[in-house]
Design a binder for this molecule. Structure first.
Ligand SMILES: [Fe+2]
Length: 239
């Protein structure tokens, strides 16, 4: 009975992590059900070179095909191991797998959001929001310029690897800037936080083009930010 309690708890954590991180609207590339749900690399809605000169085709190709794919591969592997460990009643293994699930599952969810946060400039990338989100940004940060400055400054100051987010706090209905370390998804900061915009500040996101100058990458990425997507998420959440 003691094991059943622990097993149920861990299984619940796994399933909840899944459900909370992988919102159905994200299009995360669910694999064919075969008892265990696996994940596949989601397609981009633009070509690898479509974000140039802000982000080079080489970075986009590697970032999507290699980095994101690796998170997915390792996440699927960890989920298979989790299922096997639970079936065997191997609680130590179940607990051990949690960090791999968080890291690789987080990497998958974060990158899936990131691709949607980008849009070629010629297709409207970089155009600031004018509707409800634009108004909320003015209310909560004084201006778009102040928000960009805050995100750039927190993103540049983030030590090591991680993400900087524009989040909606569903409880207070306020916008916030948050950072997460490594591949921690925004939900680790609170279940009430909805990601509107997530910027990857891992070196793999900019180093080939910007070398160690992360602030230049952060400055230029605003030319390809998909505010339309952020606005849609915002409007759905506050409706
Ligand atoms: Fe990345």
């Amino acid at each position: 009975m003691a094991f059943r309690g622990a097993s149920t708890m861990i299984k619940t954590i796994g399933v909840q992590l899944h459900n909370r991180m992988f919102r159905p609207t994200l299009g995360l590339g669910l694999g064919q059900p075969r008892g265990l749900q696996t994940f596949t690399l989601p397609d981009l809605s633009y070509d690898y070179d479509a974000l140039e000169p802000a982000i080079s085709a080489e970075i986009m190709h590697l970032h999507h095909q290699k980095h994101h794919q690796t998170y997915i591969t390792n996440y699927n592997k960890a989920l298979e191991q989790l299922e096997e460990a639970m079936n065997k009643g191997d609680t130590s293994k179940v607990v051990h797998l949690q960090s791999a699930i968080k890291f690789n599952g987080g990497g998958h969810v974060n990158h899936s959001i990131f691709w949607k946060n980008l849009k070629p400039t010629r297709e409207g990338g970089g155009e600031p929001p004018h509707g409800a989100l634009g108004w909320a940004i003015d209310q909560d940060f004084r201006s778009m310029e102040a928000l960009v400055q805050k995100i750039n400054s927190e993103g540049a100051a983030l030590q090591g690897s991680g993400w900087v987010w524009l989040a909606l706090d569903k409880e207070t209905k306020k916008l916030r800037v948050e950072t997460t370390a490594n591949q921690d998804p925004l939900v680790t900061k609170g279940a009430n936080f909805i990601p509107l915009l997530g910027i990857d500040v891992w070196e793999h996101a900019y180093y080939l083009q910007y070398k160690n100058v992360r602030p230049d990458y952060l400055k230029n990425i605003w030319n390809v930010i998909n505010w339309k997507y952020a606005s849609e998420v915002y409007e759905n959440e506050i409706a």
